[in-house]
Design a protein around this ligand. Structure first.
Ligand SMILES: *Cc1c(COP(=O)(O)O)cnc(C)c1O
Length: 393
């Protein structure tokens, strides 16, 4: 029997048709499928501009560059994230630092951010960019974060890798609060293009910079030429800045467009399963996911992950035991995330365990249990039964 994974993609006939069509269309990359996907994604997320990229890590890299990360400045992010949320700053030559999480939402704590900014202001070391991460798809508390960005003059860049289709105070993630937002289309995420990502922004100039950085820093647009004089001919192009090849292919864009048509179906299925977990797991010695970004703000999570925290106490199985027992029962659970600052690479840069205690305490109990649109009620019941066996033993 195949193990039940913690996450997986949902691919159906319409996806196969969309990919097939593009394979025989004459355009495998840089054709019409890219802009079609970008426009549809932007529209669904209520934002003016979307720039599709080869993966979210590439998107975070060029978004950091376009928002001004570089030697001499600092980018702050959450320690409870995938390493890419921090690495993107280092790619630009900027420094990186972390802001501890709220133990209830598991997202960057607004109180911790505010206190750290006050201190940094006194020290003259304010960050250039802050990257909150909508962990598991639950939006961060964006209203106070944006107020802090305006007060202290940093750019707010959302790592929305988990949050395709999520909303905060009724507004789609990516539309209102941040200067730019990055989404991932890795197969474990909400919709997939195999590898892929997208950067969205309301700022037209920023979007244009992102397009140039995505494709070698090259322009063919007459009004953007740096050298003076008439264009030598229709073949002419100029490279004015150092860019990359971070393009998404037309094959991937076609798959992304097709997946996007099903976002609401995926979303409702995830929501229903999350509600069902909440009911079935109530009363067990577990901490379950929060439903709101704060006491006052509302949100709709995209439910990328359903993370339980195993509470430590007398006679209660440890996280390690629960994790092992679930794997033994053919349930391929996972752990998100090992706090970034405790990775050897970050220790070598001066970070050490103990610096962000809320992220570390959360990590000690965390297990991501299966959640994806095609998870059946029977499979979910089996996961719950196995959890009960180990927790009530
Ligand atoms: C998946 C993920 C990324 C990286 O996405 P890729 O598309 O795989 O590059 C970055 N940040 C977070 C929080 C993620 O979950």
């Amino acid at each position: 029997m195949q193990p039940i994974p913690y996450a997986t993609q949902s691919i159906s006939e319409d996806d196969l048709r969309a990919v097939n069509e593009v394979l025989t269309s004459g355009w495998l990359t840089q054709g019409p499928s890219g802009p079609r996907f970008e426009q549809a994604f932007a529209q669904r997320h209520g934002v003016a501009h979307a720039v599709a990229v080869s993966n979210a890590t590439a998107g975070l890299h060029i978004a950091c560059l376009a928002l001004g990360a570089g030697p001499g400045n600092t980018v702050w992010t959450s320690p409870n994230s995938f390493v890419a949320s921090a690495n993107c700053a280092l790619y630009c030559g900027a420094d990186v630092d972390f802001v501890d999480i709220d133990p209830v939402t598991r997202n960057m704590s607004v109180a911790a951010l505010s206190a750290k900014l006050e201190q940094a202001d006194r020290d003259g070391r304010l960050p250039a960019i802050v990257i909150p991460v909508h962990f598991s798809g639950l939006p961060c508390d964006l209203t106070p974060m944006r107020a802090l960005a305006d007060r202290y003059g940093f750019k707010l860049l959302e790592d929305a890798s988990h949050a395709v289709g999520a909303s905060y105070e009724g507004q789609p993630i990516g539309s209102r609060y941040a200067h730019a937002s990055v989404f991932s289309f890795h197969p474990v995420k909400i919709i997939t293009t195999g590898e892929g990502g997208i950067v969205v922004t309301q700022d037209a100039a920023l979007a244009r910079r992102l397009q140039l950085l995505r494709s070698h820093g090259i322009t063919r647009t007459p009004g953007e030429m740096v050298l003076e004089g008439p264009m030598p001919g229709p073949w002419y192009y100029e490279q004015a800045t150092l860019g990359f090849n971070y393009r998404l292919t037309d094959i991937q864009s076609a798959l992304g467009w097709s997946q996007l048509q099903k976002l609401e179906i995926f979303h409702s299925a995830r929501e229903r399963l999350a509600d069902r977990y909440d009911q079935l797991l109530a009363g067990l010695p577990l901490k379950l996911p929060a439903r709101a970004p704060s006491a006052s703000a509302t949100a709709r999570s995209s439910w990328h992950l359903y993370v339980i925290e195993v509470l430590q106490g007398d006679g209660v199985a440890s996280r390690e035991t629960v994790f092992k027992r679930l794997w033994d029962a053919n349930i391929a659970v996972n752990v998100h995330y090992i706090p970034i600052h405790t990775q050897p690479f970050y220790r070598a840069r001066g970070f050490r365990p103990g610096q962000f205690p809320a992220a570390e305490a959360y990590y000690a109990g965390a297990i991501s249990i299966p959640l994806y649109p095609t998870l059946t009620d029977d499979q979910q019941d089996y996961v719950v039964a196995e959890l009960k066996k180990v927790l009530q033993a």
